[in-house]
Design a protein around this ligand. Structure first.
Ligand code: CP
Length: 318
């Protein structure tokens, strides 16, 4: 059913694959709501979390997903690893592969790093965010959250607002939403759009937030990626907030049942006012919880959890 070794880009997944991940995430959501949130399914498997860029949500939810599936985890990124002594990434990956790691979870500031890791290991690889390229597990957890809130993607009007130019979230989310049948509008000033926004595959692109806001079922706000911006793309944060921020004043323009998403971390008072971030429309906390369920589903599917269960049962009956 789910015949993949790696998740390096959302393009690798068909609509059926995505539904398979979402349905498995629903199963793991039930596990995450139990008092004892642990399954023996992947005991004996080892996962290396190779995070060479900061992360709270992605790293935390992958670590929890691994523990709740009974995998052994190894954290190899950051200042405690030999990369700071000048070891190349490929040497690090080969070293860890020789320790019989089954999967690498890779976050890196350079686009294409997870694919490079996959070329240099026999283990599975998941892209946990690479530069401005993609963040496929974020897109899957966003789909899961939207699916739970809205029940279907067909004809759903989704607006993605803000720093599209530097967003790996948009790089995965736009194709994922289109694959599932949603209608996607990108909303941003020209200075925060990529040179060819059409490549992302959205239905339309506009700088006029207030014109499209009343039609949207899902308002997906993006963070301004200050760490990836060299020149000021707008005169001031205050002006950006006035034109593109989801402010309390814009609440009354939204559909009654429209929801607000944000991948986090939020720049409160810039792209999203606290009033809106903490309102009943906001599903931001649900997105974080979805992250654990979806990442459990992906690890389970990529590491052959279903086959393992069959072989565990065979062993038990012998
Ligand atoms: N959404 C997201 O990737 O957040 P982190 O950088 O905290 O992992």
């Amino acid at each position: 059913m789910f015949n993949h070794k790696h998740l390096l880009t959302i393009d690798d997944l068909s609509r059926e694959d995505i539904m398979c991940v979402l349905e498995h995430a629903q199963m793991f959501e039930e596990v995450n709501n139990r008092p004892i949130k642990k399954l023996p399914t992947l005991r004996g498997k080892t996962i290396c979390n190779l995070f060479l860029e900061p992360s709270t949500r992605t790293r935390g939810s992958f670590e929890l997903a691994e523990k709740r599936l009974s995998c052994d985890s190894l954290n190899a990124g950051g200042s405690a690893s030999s990369t700071v002594k000048g070891e190349s990434l490929i040497d690090t990956v080969k070293t860890l592969t020789s320790m019989k790691v089954d999967m690498f979870i890779v976050r890196h500031k350079y686009a294409g790093t997870p694919a490079l890791v996959a070329q240099n290991t026999t283990a599975s690889v998941i892209d946990a965010g690479d530069g401005k390229h993609e963040h496929p597990t974020q897109a899957l957890l966003d789909l899961y959250t939207i699916w739970k809130a809205k029940g279907s993607f067909d004809g759903l009007k989704v607006g993605i607002v803000g720093d599209i130019a530097h967003s790996r979230v948009a790089g995965s989310l736009v194709p994922a939403l289109k694959k599932m049948g949603a209608e996607v509008t990108l909303i941003a000033p020209a200075t925060l759009l990529p040179a060819r926004p059409d490549v992302l595959g959205a239905d339309r692109v506009t700088p006029h937030f207030d014109e499209v806001l009343p039609d949207l079922d899902v308002v997906y706000m993006l963070r301004i990626q200050m760490e990836r911006i060299e020149e000021a793309p707008f005169p001031s944060l205050r002006e950006y907030n006035l034109l593109y921020g989801l402010t309390e004043a814009r609440d009354k323009s939204m559909k009654e049942d429209a929801i607000i998403c944000h991948p986090g971390p939020i720049n409160r008072g810039v792209e999203l006012d606290s009033y809106m971030a903490d309102s009943s429309r906001s599903v931001i906390v649900d997105q974080v919880f979805s992250g654990v369920c979806v990442r459990m589903a992906l690890i389970y599917l990529l590491l052959g959890g279903a086959q393992n269960e069959v072989s565990h049962k065979k062993c038990a009956s012998n």
